[in-house]
Design a binder for this molecule. Structure first.
Ligand SMILES: NC(=O)c1ccc[n+]([C@@H]2O[C@H](COP(=O)([O-])OP(=O)(O)OC[C@H]3O[C@@H](n4cnc5c(N)ncnc54)[C@H](OP(=O)(O)O)[C@@H]3O)[C@@H](O)[C@H]2O)c1
Length: 254
């Protein structure tokens, strides 16, 4: 049985990946992972590929075990893994609770690594892993500090993993887009000081990001899915990070 696994499938970018994978076809099932089962069930109706909703909170380590067991029981061949579950919180170190920073690290880093490790033994030649990072990964971001750091972690993890699994014919891509029009901002603003970032220039539609990411994952180790984030990536390579942080500080206060 050929399957794709998409985390964060209940909304936003993850949901767009499910729709795109369904349109591309060639899969027997898509497994969606998120906490809100009802949102995934609503999506089932519009798909031609069967969607298996898995209601799991990925900040809990035991959730990955549930998925690992299901993979062992079914013997599924995972063709595509998209790790899209993730969130950020606006605010400085003084605004964040330990719970918020801990959950960000648990979901954006630990769960992504644990899930990838659980899935890789069930992937064969031609399989693809898309780790949803962010253009926030390219440089430190004051006022969005822990989120940017979690995405830098995931970017580095993805790049090295690509080399590790290349002999097996599996491709890993770090997807690093800029702003996307999803519920992300609503979740990010819900903190003690959610106004540290006020504008989301050049925000892309999630459908566009999913389409470009799946296309680019056939070849690229890193994709930004758009020009503004590509410029940001280049700038972070060639300009001092303190200069980019100064620009960010100015822009986010506008
Ligand atoms: N939006 C942006 O501007 C932007 C830019 C660059 C990168 N990204 C990245 O893109 C990815 C998707 O974000 P999005 O924009 O689609 O945000 P979103 O609309 O808020 O969707 C987040 C998804 O993650 C799931 N999720 C959240 N916490 C979870 C948990 N504890 N366990 C399991 N699933 C959980 C949510 O489902 P439930 O609530 O049902 O669990 C939802 O399906 C994230 O990794 C984000 O960092 C976003």
């Amino acid at each position: 049985m050929k399957i794709a696994i998409v985390t964060g499938a209940s909304f936003g970018l993850g949901r767009s990946f499910v729709r795109r994978l369904d349109r591309l076809g060639g899969l027997d099932e898509i497994w969606g992972v998120a906490r809100r089962r009802n949102r995934m069930e609503e999506l089932t109706a519009e798909l031609s590929t069967p969607l298996r909703p898995m209601e799991l909170d990925l900040t809990r380590p035991e959730s990955v075990e549930v998925l690992r067991k299901r993979l062992e029981e079914t013997g599924a061949d995972v063709r595509v893994l998209v790790n899209a579950a993730g969130f950020g919180k606006f605010g400085t170190y003084a605004d964040m609770t330990l719970q918020e920073t801990g959950d960000m690290i648990a979901l954006n880093c630990r769960a992504a690594v644990a899930l990838t490790a659980a899935v890789l033994p069930h992937m064969s030649r031609g399989g693809r892993v898309l780790e949803i990072c962010s253009s926030a990964a390219f440089q430190p971001l004051p006022g969005f500090n822990v989120y940017a750091a979690t995405k830098a972690f995931l970017l580095h993890y993805s790049r090295a993993l690509r080399w590790e699994v290349a002999p097996r014919g599996i491709r890993v891509t770090a997807v690093c887009p800029g702003w996307i029009k999803t519920e992300f901002m609503e979740v990010a603003r819900d903190t003690k000081n959610g106004r540290t970032v006020r504008h989301y220039p050049f925000a892309l539609r999630p459908e566009t990001v999913a389409r470009r990411a799946l296309r680019d994952s056939r070849v690229l180790a890193v994709t930004t899915c758009g020009l503004p984030a590509l410029v940001q990536r280049a700038a972070s390579k060639f300009l001092p990070h303190c200069f980019i942080m100064a620009c960010w500080e100015g822009l986010r206060r506008l």
